[in-house]
Write a protein that binds this ligand. Structure first.
Ligand code: PMP
Length: 290
């Protein structure tokens, strides 16, 4: 029983939805991805809060209270055979009997969750950093909403895969936005830089945690626009996401990141942030008693 669909728990292979579902027809829905460590969902409050803002952003009433969400999530996590999981939640505006863009009346939303084994970066990726490329950000003007309209992100990710890279880093009007499925941090002269959380990027849960950890440990940091020249001349770069955690970038468009002996290698600030992240994650997930 690794899936939940509209009130019922079931094996994922048995989950079925209508072809008239507005998620399928219009990408009219939102989603969340929550990492689960030792059966403990990490930062669940923050994920539920972001899901609420995404729902508000597309004017879709939340079908469940936070307590009801927690109960569904708890049961799904408990039923899985694996302890470390990636929990996926999707809510769409449901399936009408006809195809009409305007919001349907009296149609229940589709609520779908499933859990799968957590896929984490390999030790090799952690140690050596990953290759990335850049591309123009061709997405819409509400990238702060976590909607299932992911075609631009899919195309961006495929560009990276075609080039043998792990992620595509996007630029809009000469400024860094984010990765196709991650936020991007820049280190310059010992200062951690992050682009502001505006409508051009997803407010990453890991992004927030990294800034919290920087503040807690007194690491110099600034949230401000980062231009293309700063991105390309960075001392260190890393990406963050719920499943990638804090992952060093070794190359950008084939050029090594950083300078001197550290060029193309994960830098000290990235290493420190990753260590702080792991310590916090382990403390929180073990402390919760799973
Ligand atoms: N930006 C985009 C476009 C993403 O898809 C993701 C992954 N959900 C992120 C940033 C990172 O967000 P989080 O740390 O919440 O996983």
């Amino acid at each position: 029983m690794t899936a939940y669909l509209n009130g019922q728990f079931m094996p994922l292979s048995e989950a079925r939805i209508s072809p008239l579902d507005r998620g399928f027809l219009y990408a009219d829905g939102v989603y969340e991805v929550i990492p689960v460590y030792s059966r403990c969902p990490f930062r669940i409050d923050e994920h539920l809060r972001r899901m609420q803002s995404s729902l508000d952003g597309i004017r879709l009433p939340n079908p469940h209270s936070d307590d009801a969400w927690r109960a569904i999530i708890r049961r799904l996590i408990a039923a899985a055979e694996f302890a470390d999981q990636t929990l996926y939640i999707q809510i769409t505006r449901g399936a009408d009997l006809r195809r009409d863009p305007t919001f349907p009346k009296g149609v229940a939303p589709t609520v779908f969750l499933f859990t799968a084994p957590l896929v984490r970066p390999t030790p090799e990726q952690r140690q050596s950093g990953v290759a990335t490329i850049t591309a123009q950000d061709i997405r819409w003007a509400r990238c702060d909403l976590k909607t299932v309209a992911l075609l631009p992100n899919v195309l961006m990710r495929q560009l990276a895969a075609d080039a043998g890279c792990v992620e595509t880093i996007m630029l809009r009007d000469g400024f860094l936005t984010e990765g196709s499925a991650s936020n991007v941090f820049v280190v310059k002269d010992g200062i951690i830089l992050a682009p502001p959380k505006d409508q051009r990027i997803l407010p990453g849960i890991t992004y927030d945690l990294v800034l919290e950890l920087a503040a807690r440990h007194g690491a110099p940091h600034a949230v401000r626009p980062v231009n293309e020249a700063e991105l390309r001349s960075a001392d260190e770069l890393w990406i963050t996401s719920s499943t990638k955690e804090v992952l060093p970038i070794a190359t950008l468009d084939g050029q090594p990141v950083g300078h001197g002996a550290l060029a193309g290698k994960p830098g000290p600030v990235t290493g420190q942030m990753h260590a702080w992240y792991c310590a916090f994650r382990d403390q929180v997930t073990r402390g919760a008693g799973a």
